[in-house]
Design a protein around this ligand. Sequence first.
Ligand SMILES: *[C@@H]1O[C@H](CO)[C@@H](O)[C@H](O)[C@H]1NC(C)=O
Length: 290
Amino acid sequence: LSPLTDFNYICMNLPCDVFMCVVGDSCCNPLSMGSIKKMIEEQISGVYVLSLMIGKNVVQDTENGFFMDVNEQVDTVCSQLAQDKRLQGGYNAMGFSQGRSFCTRAVAQRCPSPPMKTLISVGGQHQGVYGLPRCPGESSKVCDMIREALNAGAYSDFVQKHLVQAQYWHDPLNDDLYKTHSRFLADINQERAVNETYRKNLQQLQKFVMVKFLQDSVVDPVESEWFGFLKTGQAKEMETLQESVLYKEDRLGLAAMDKAGKLVFLGTDGDHLQFSREWFIHNLMPFLRS
Ligand SMILES: *[C@@H]1O[C@H](CO)[C@@H](O)[C@H](O)[C@H]1NC(C)=O
């Protein structure tokens, strides 16, 4: 496995000094990041778009999204955001699928400055995945490599560092291993000690919007897109965010945000990232305007 890094980051300045960042990949999306950017520019006049890329080329390849150290990516994104003068008044952020969605959440939790205002997660796997049903993308070779690596040990240091899929691999049957060795997901989901900074920072959000694709055949389990997951110790029964320890102990501040009306759960018909321009404009654009 060689760590390939690539990342697509688009930041937009909305008229009222609100900025937005889109992090995403183009692998399975009928609307590419480029076309989403263009659509937002058409809809919101005076929008500022900054595209940050880490890596070699535009994300077209599934591989790009698979091999990278998410923690390093978050650091890089944070420093780019901090350096952009136009973002200092705050921005709205959007993440599509893959690691990018919760990577964007990690940015909110770890980097309070500049402040993220609204976070929109589109098909994001907030509680990770436990399965590769249709290993996102077309490259079966990459999928086989990923499966092999995961079998070899999803929680080994090397695999955790270099394989994105492992960085959000959540094995409910090996909860201790997950909690101890997941370098990224267990950290941002407060599975170890509660980091008060994460709680405080996440609650600075005005809205946290989670979009779930009701016929998603890529994300397993799909409940993860609304922060639900398999109950610990087995691999059949699901629990919602509200039923989870994370929520009940409010380790991340999500229960408080829910009570304050800051959490928005949107469901849409269709497979992974299959949404139309009309759907986007009608359902997500309002959050980008505020
Ligand atoms: C909590 O998170 C912040 C922000 O990433 C980090 O600087 C700090 O070291 C963390 N604290 C602990 C106890 O892990």
